[in-house]
Ligand binder design. Structure first.
Ligand SMILES: Cc1ncc(COP(=O)(O)O)c(C=O)c1O
Length: 365
């Protein structure tokens, strides 16, 4: 089996290398916010080190953290879970892997465009990705329905979406929930960008009723919401038996998530959506969207996440490599996200960088 390495990580690393060599690169490649971790969380990490909190923990996470996660789900998503429903992993990436592995082998429906890791994980789990069209990047239950078969194990939902920024409305989520219930399939709901919604409300599909909650794994992470992607803390809540299977897989793959990061995460979860961050990110989004449209690149305003998803003429791989080589701007080609003629630009960078990048892209196109 051949697994394709993550192109986002590869381009981000290339841009970093060029910067280290003294090249003035503007990188709009990274999928991480530029916010700083909450102070109490940093202090909790230091304290955990001093307290020698250095042993293996329970594989699915320490109880104190699971309790904080239960509280967070209630506070932010109106979801009632118990600690038995919760698993903590090394990032949402690992939670998702555990879920895909535990549910497979079988078919996983993935709407296009998609976060590039989904099909690779499905492949690793000896399962099959069934791609499904969207309507102008919007998830549609009708289009998902066309792809359901006897072999379908789950639909992978990602709202707010990476790369398109689309946010699925409550009405559409209700239709997708009905579909999952009628066909007895699971929903893996990746909600890692939940704190980044601008003009619309984020709704967790599992909050639409107890039946769909039992058919959903609600996946989240501290990476984007708390600005700590390197700490590698992701988590999920789902049906108890499935969560047990996911924990068993994790116990053989990585044992537990880092003990120090778990202690820090308890404190980080005290902080919900930050209006100041949201205001800044909304301004950056508007700056980038207006800038791109002003230079003739057609970009719709994304409702969530922190990416602009832009249609270009020609092949995105070629476009991005030439843009990096010639104009020193790093962005991500759409191909690994399932759309060859799109590119993804992150606006999780200061406004001056956005302005500089637009100027350089203008000269390039
Ligand atoms: C849609 C989506 N899900 C999950 C992740 C992974 O998050 P984590 O850092 O928690 O593994 C990312 C990171 O880029 C993402 O874009």
């Amino acid at each position: 089996m051949k697994v394709t390495p993550s192109l986002t990580l590869a381009i981000t690393a290339k841009a970093k290398r060029m910067k280290e060599q003294g090249v003035d690169v503007v990188s709009l490649a990274a999928g991480e916010p530029d916010t700083l971790p909450p102070e109490p969380a940093k202090e909790a990490a230091i304290q955990a080190v001093k307290d020698n909190f250095a042993q293996y923990t329970a594989e699915s996470g320490i109880n104190e953290l699971k309790e904080a996660i239960v509280k967070k789900f209630k506070r932010d998503n109106n979801l009632d879970y118990k600690t038995d429903n919760v698993i903590v992993s090394n990032g949402a990436k690992q939670v998702l892997f555990n879920a895909v592995f535990a549910l497979g082998p079988g078919d996983f429906i993935v709407p296009v465009p998609f976060w590039l890791t989904y099909p690779e994980q499905v492949k690793m789990a000896q399962s099959k990705t069934v791609f499904c069209q969207t309507d102008n990047n919007q998830f549609k239950a009708d289009l998902i329905a066309e792809k359901i078969s006897r072999d379908t194990k789950a639909i992978i939902l990602n709202s707010p979406n990476n790369p398109s920024g689309a946010v699925v409305s409550k009405a559409e989520l209700k239709r997708i929930a009905d579909l999952a219930l009628n066909h007895n399939i699971m929903v893996l709901s990746d909600e890692v960008y939940e704190y980044f919604t601008y003009d619309v409300e984020h709704v967790s599909i599992a909050s639409l009723g107890p039946e769909i909650r039992e058919k959903t794994v609600t996946i989240n992470s501290l990476s984007k919401s708390s600005g700590v992607p390197g700490w590698r803390i992701g988590y999920a809540a789902g049906p108890v038996d499935l969560v047990k299977d996911m924990s068993a897989i994790q116990s053989h793959v990585t044992s537990n998530p880092c003990s120090i990061a778990q202690k820090a995460a308890v404190k980080a979860l005290d902080f919900g959506k930050n209006p100041a961050v949201l205001k800044e990110y909304r301004e950056r989004r508007d700056l980038m969207v207006d800038g791109l449209n002003s230079i003739g690149l057609n970009c719709q305003k994304p409702a969530g996440a922190f990416y602009c998803w832009v249609k270009i003429n020609g092949d995105s791989m070629d476009f991005c490599s030439k843009l990096l080589e010639q104009s020193k701007v790093a962005i991500i080609p759409g191909e690994p996200f399932g759309m060859k003629d799109y590119v993804r630009l992150s606006y999780a960078v200061p406004k001056e960088k956005i302005k500089e990048a637009i100027k350089k892209i203008k000269e390039f196109v």
